[in-house]
Write a protein that binds this ligand. Structure first.
Ligand code: ZN
Length: 451
């Protein structure tokens, strides 16, 4: 990511004795982002969140580097802060005579986000178990911690003394600074689990993938895909409930209220789509119509370095073409799931979708084939890029991560911010390039039942 610099014209929204001199001020913003549009949106949010009214743009975002601020202490300091924390803003104002500069200073933000309450409620929600099995009912009495990433051979294959790295929960956007994603070591019994199935249903349903290696059979693929979907449904319901609860408790700060309401709208739309996809999966499982699942499986002979399970609505393909507009709430979204799975001698990367999503998913997979055809070495990089960018349910091998160069670790952390960042709009080119030469992935074989 790059660092952009811009200046906004601002005035304080509240009377404040200390700053009564201020006629107006400039907000100097340094922001780590991928493009000027996202930079401007982010600057506007953070400035209005701090109780300033934006009256205009003095200078639009331009890309900068450290040398642009050489000899300027304030500039260099803020540039470096943005580089490590994602964002830095300094407010500088003038006195009434128009000559004296005041600041840099901060207004004290009037609204304090109740972070500890938020985290408590988040925890409470995640402990509220429910069985998502297609035949759930009264007999689902013993909800267990179900693994969403295959545990026996997949998570354990990358673990070191029973531990893996995972991305730590991010609530950075609620804090003063955006924060940075960090990777923390966790025991594999805690990673990727969710209270989404009862013991009986979990054991019965997932038996063909929990105890057997991937062959693959249609049934196995359908089960992997279903589990990714159910996990997403579980965390999305919780996330939505969490933010709705927060709004219900009263948020008296317009910028934050607007941001949270936007989040609720987007999340509700996503969840509505997830629920209708789940009904299709439920039907196929109930009828044992396993061939309703379509897939592409890439087999590797290398030692796995990550294990993951995720879903997304493909918006742009590997060539940067738009497949569906995620902002158009009047249309249904098509869904793809992807995960890692153990195979004999090593591991595989699975893409799978229900045939009702074939329109978008076939085009998506073809774009990957075209990319790999043009440059065969780009396949491993493309698959790695996708997993890191679109999947927060991902575990990393400590043995691999600890040996990784610092700048590669930073590149991965910057990428992983994408999914966590609700203020950024996805760039159409986000799957075209990035993270080259880090995974060193090669795939020996491709298996598919795609028409
Ligand atoms: Zn059950």
């Amino acid at each position: 990511m790059k660092i952009f610099y811009l200046q906004l014209k601002v005035k304080p929204t509240r009377k404040n004795e200390k700053y009564d001199l201020v006629e107006g001020a400039l907000a100097h913003c340094w922001i780590k982002e991928t493009n000027p549009q996202n930079t401007l949106a982010k600057a506007e949010f953070f400035v209005s969140k701090s109780d300033w009214e934006i009256t205009g743009v003095e200078d639009y975002p331009i890309e900068v580097n450290e040398s642009n601020f050489s000899g300027k202490d304030l500039g260099t300091e803020n540039y470096l802060k943005a580089k490590s924390e994602g964002i830095s803003i300094a407010y500088v104002g003038w006195s009434r005579d128009g000559k004296t500069t005041a600041g840099p200073f901060q207004l004290k933000q009037s609204y304090k986000f109740p972070i500890s309450e938020y985290i408590d409620y988040q925890k409470k929600l995640s402990q509220k178990g429910r069985c998502l099995h297609y035949e759930n009912g009264r007999r689902c009495n013993e909800i267990i911690k179900a693994h969403s990433i295959q545990k026996n051979q997949s998570l354990s294959a990358i673990a070191q003394n029973g531990h893996v790295y995972k991305i730590s929960a991010n609530i950075g956007f609620l804090k003063k600074n955006k924060g940075r994603l960090t990777y923390k070591k966790s025991g594999i019994n805690k990673v990727s689990t969710f209270l989404g199935f009862c013991k009986r249903h979990d054991n019965e349903l997932f038996e063909p993938i929990d105890n057997d290696l991937l062959i693959p059979t249609d049934q196995q693929i359908l089960l992997y895909s279903y589990r990714s979907l159910c996990r997403e449904l579980f965390v999305s319901e919780n996330a939505l409930e969490l933010v709705k609860n927060q709004l219900g408790n009263g948020v008296n700060q317009d910028a934050i209220k607007k941001m949270l309401s936007g989040y609720v709208n987007g999340k509700s739309f996503g969840l509505k789509n997830l629920n209708s996809h789940k009904l299709e999966y439920d039907k196929s499982l109930r009828n044992k119509s396993y061939s309703d699942i379509k897939y592409v499986v890439f087999k590797s002979r290398q030692k796995p370095i990550i294990a993951f399970s995720g879903i997304f609505y493909p918006d742009f393909d590997f060539l940067g073409r738009q497949l569906q507009n995620l902002g158009d709430y009047s249309r249904d979204l098509q869904l793809i799931t992807f995960c890692s799975a153990p195979i004999e001698k090593s591991w595989a990367y699975i893409f799978a979708w229900h045939q009702t999503s074939s329109n978008v998913c076939v085009d998506f997979m073809r774009s990957l084939a075209t990319k790999a055809h043009n440059d065969v070495r780009s396949l491993g990089d493309a698959l790695f890029r996708l997993a890191i960018t679109n999947c927060e349910n991902l575990a990393i091998s400590p043995e691999w991560w600890d040996k990784l160069k610092k700048d590669n670790k930073e590149k991965i952390a910057d990428r992983a911010i994408y999914w966590a960042d609700i203020l950024s709009v996805t760039e159409e080119s986000y799957l075209i390039d990035g993270l080259e030469g880090i995974s060193d992935w090669k795939f020996e074989k491709v298996i598919s039942n795609m028409d």
